[in-house]
Design a protein around this ligand. Structure first.
Ligand code: SF4
Length: 367
């Protein structure tokens, strides 16, 4: 064969309705996607876009940004416009930021039912604005911020309590005819979390976002997430995943991708990733990315190739990519594993990348 046989997935997928998070389908027969969350201040547009560039180059497919303040809400239009992967706004208390996020062009909004009381009278308006914009909502239940009513009823954050909270929240949106929803029910204990998702999977057909909260430092969090996601994905449950680590988010993406590859849920193929570009960009990143994609179209080896908008941060941000280019001043710095190996005129970028891709393929033992 050509080394590119389809992996055998671990189990048939649960049937879920499909939603679109920007251009990334979630649920149905869509591949399980990997997401992460930025750790920068969202109000710092350039720092946030730079971190998104790093995450994108590591294979992140959807990114979430926290929106705790007005400054953060005001940064959303620039971030949503420039990110090359869909941006989800994470909103806890303030309905006005939900509207701001939808207006800003965010691909989805995450709300937390434990904090929803303030949303109550706003759910109808949110449903209306979200469906007009084609923006799905993630109902994100967290053990740590469970609705007090449910905490009192169940005594603690049991799987039943998490599921009841999520379905109750869904019902508020369903009353307004809104079903463009995905759900998460996160807990720091994989045993509780696994049971909660199993119950949820049986109770509804919404796509599910898997996550273990406060999973801990890299070593512990990696194991907890791998075990919990493995248990669920091996039963076909889970449509998108986020590994939470007390570590740089790029580590979360690497772990998430490895989990999917281990379960035969992700095929390693040629992947072209491009930075969202920020104030530093000296080149039209989108056009360059298209040219590189066209140039490497039939390349048969699994490689991640990064196309970055500037020579200042590009190679560093793409250090998880196998190969890439950072452009500026009519030149392209070609880098391998984040190290600049040569600089070529812009017209030679594509041919040089193909050449270097061949070299890497040979090193990897491909003929
Ligand atoms: Fe990063 Fe440079 Fe792209 Fe800005 S232009 S996101 S600094 S690679």
């Amino acid at each position: 064969g050509d080394g590119q046989e389809e992996p055998r997935p671990v189990a048939p997928r649960r049937r879920s309705r499909q939603i679109m998070v920007g251009n990334v389908p979630v649920g149905g027969d869509a591949p399980v996607s990997v997401q992460s969350m930025t750790t920068t201040l969202t109000s710092d547009v350039n720092a946030t876009l730079q971190q998104i560039a790093e995450l994108t180059a590591a294979g992140c497919q959807i990114v979430r940004v926290a929106v705790p303040s007005q400054d953060d809400a005001e940064a959303l239009p620039a971030i949503a416009r420039k990110s090359s992967i869909p941006v989800i706004a994470d909103i806890h208390f303030q309905p006005k930021y939900v509207f701001a996020a939808i207006d800003a062009g965010c691909a989805a909004v995450r709300v937390n039912p434990g904090n929803i009381k303030k949303f109550d009278d706003k759910v109808g308006e949110i449903a209306k604005a979200a469906s007009a914009a084609g923006v799905p909502i993630r109902i994100g239940v967290n053990a740590g911020s469970l609705d007090k009513r449910l905490l009192a009823k169940h005594g603690r954050a049991t799987p039943e309590a998490l599921v009841e909270s999520a379905l109750w929240e869904c019902s508020l949106f369903e009353e307004h005819g809104f079903r463009d929803i995905k759900i998460s029910v996160k807990h720091n204990d994989p045993v509780v979390m696994i049971e909660a998702y199993r119950q949820l999977a049986a109770a509804c057909d919404y796509p599910l976002h898997l996550g273990v909260t406060e999973a801990g430092p890299a070593f512990q969090g990696t194991i907890k997430s791998a075990v919990a996601f493995g248990a669920l994905l091996s039963q076909g449950i889970g449509d998108t995943i986020r590994v939470s680590l007390s570590a740089p988010p790029v580590e979360e993406v690497k772990v998430g991708a490895q989990i999917l590859e281990s379960l035969g849920l992700r095929r390693r193929g040629l992947e072209i990733v491009s930075c969202p570009s920020c104030g530093r960009a000296q080149v039209d990143v989108y056009t360059l990315a298209e040219q590189v994609t066209a140039g490497l179209k039939d390349f048969p080896v699994p490689l991640r190739v990064a196309v970055m908008g500037c020579v200042v941060n590009g190679p560093g941000e793409a250090r998880e990519a196998d190969l890439g280019v950072a452009s500026g001043n009519g030149k392209g710095q070609i880098f391998v594993k984040g190290q600049v190996i040569k600089t070529v005129p812009e017209a030679q970028i594509v041919e040089t990348l193909i050449e270097e891709a061949m070299n890497i393929a040979t090193e990897m033992g491909f003929e």
